[in-house]
Design a protein around this ligand. Structure first.
Ligand SMILES: Nc1ncnc2c1ncn2[C@@H]1O[C@H](COP(=O)(O)OP(=O)(O)O)[C@@H](O)[C@H]1O
Ligand SMILES: [Mg+2]
Length: 317
């Protein structure tokens, strides 16, 4: 197999000087991304996603560890790595004192794209992202959504080999979200590797070849969607909403023969079942003798959401 386009080894970031009091944002994570992959990097707020992306894209220095792009350490040689990397950062890092078009052209110039190609690409991306009419306006007059679209266009201007997108669709209208995805899939078809963080579960579920889940600075799991689904106790879950849920019912539920595991999540009692066709009568019988009223009961098969909750204990990114 060819060398991975990205290799991260024991990547660590502690903010602050004091050894004990610093914020341990990233705690020694290691993983690889293969060339041509669409790779999802998921985790709740504060998990260390942006800090990791910022180190991998040379925006931020690492406390410890190493990062290789195309087999070369970017810690040792950040300059040559930069031309291979495209970044759509989470924060707005556009030049507000330039027009949209100038932002694109300057970026392309910086990466040595010739003038004619830069202008052609700018025309294409301004059009795709609905910014042609406003291309000569200063970015400081742009709305959040427009700035986000421009950030994405800018990252594509030098046709990077690996593109990092840190929650790129946050604040984008659904129409532009699908345009972004069209672009991403197109770039990926032409060989670019995509590294994505998002808080929309359906995006990695549909689009990512592999997904890493991070929580509190640690890598919790990595694999294809079906590999990740195997990490949760069961593929079929009964969700029960009641007027009241008592913690001791979790243990009671676990004693039923078909129930592999149980927990309380989002004010619902969740039973992880052995079979995808569980005996509902038996479950209802058990519920009836509890001291609470049943509101709803439903059966779901597991999704990335369930994997995420199982691994992080959180239901919001
Ligand atoms: N510049 C900084 N100084 C101190 N702490 C920071 C800084 N940037 C991020 N953090 C902290 O590091 C942790 C990870 O943050 P971040 O990487 O932004 O998470 P995510 O992108 O997954 O939401 C959080 O606890 C955050 O408060
Ligand atoms: Mg972030």
């Amino acid at each position: 197999m060819s060398e991975p386009i990205l290799k991260v080894e024991n990547l660590t970031k502690t903010f602050g000087n004091s050894k004990d009091k610093g914020v341990k944002a990233v705690k020694g994570i290691s993983f690889e991304v293969n060339r041509g992959e669409i790779f999802g990097f998921l985790g709740p707020n504060g998990a260390g996603k942006s800090t990791s992306i910022n180190m991998i894209t040379t925006q931020l220095s690492a406390t410890k560890g190493d990062i290789y792009i195309d087999g070369k350490s970017i810690i040792k040689d950040p300059v040559s790595a930069r031309s291979k990397i495209g970044l759509v950062a989470q924060h707005n890092n556009l030049d507000r004192g330039l027009t949209a078009r100038e932002n694109l052209i300057y970026h392309a110039n910086y990466f040595g794209v010739d003038k004619e190609t830069a202008n052609k690409r700018a025309d294409i991306y301004l059009e795709k992202f609905g910014l042609t009419d406003r291309q000569h306006d200063y970015v400081k007059t742009y709305s959040g959504g427009m700035a986000q679209r421009l950030k994405i266009a800018r990252a594509l201007m030098h046709e990077p080999e690996i593109i990092f997108l840190d929650e790129p669709t946050t604040g984008l209208d659904p129409g532009y979200r699908s345009i972004l995805w069209e672009q991403i899939l197109d770039l990926n078809k032409n060989g670019a590797t995509i590294f994505l963080t998002t808080h929309y579960m359906e995006e990695p579920e549909q689009l990512c070849d592999r997904i890493a889940i991070v929580n509190e600075g640690e890598l919790k799991a990595i694999g294809t969607l079906s590999e990740l689904k195997e990490l949760i106790p069961s593929n079929s879950i009964i969700n029960i909403e009641m007027s009241d849920i008592k913690p001791e019912w979790v243990d009671q539920a676990k004693e039923m023969s078909e129930v592999k595991n149980a927990d309380i999540h989002d004010e619902q009692l969740r039973l992880y079942m052995d079979s995808s066709h569980p005996d509902f009568n038996k479950i209802l019988e058990w519920i009836n003798q509890l001291d609470a009223e049943l509101n709803t009961i439903s059966l779901t098969t597991s999704s990335l959401d369930d994997v995420f909750i199982h691994l992080t204990g959180k239901d919001e990114i």
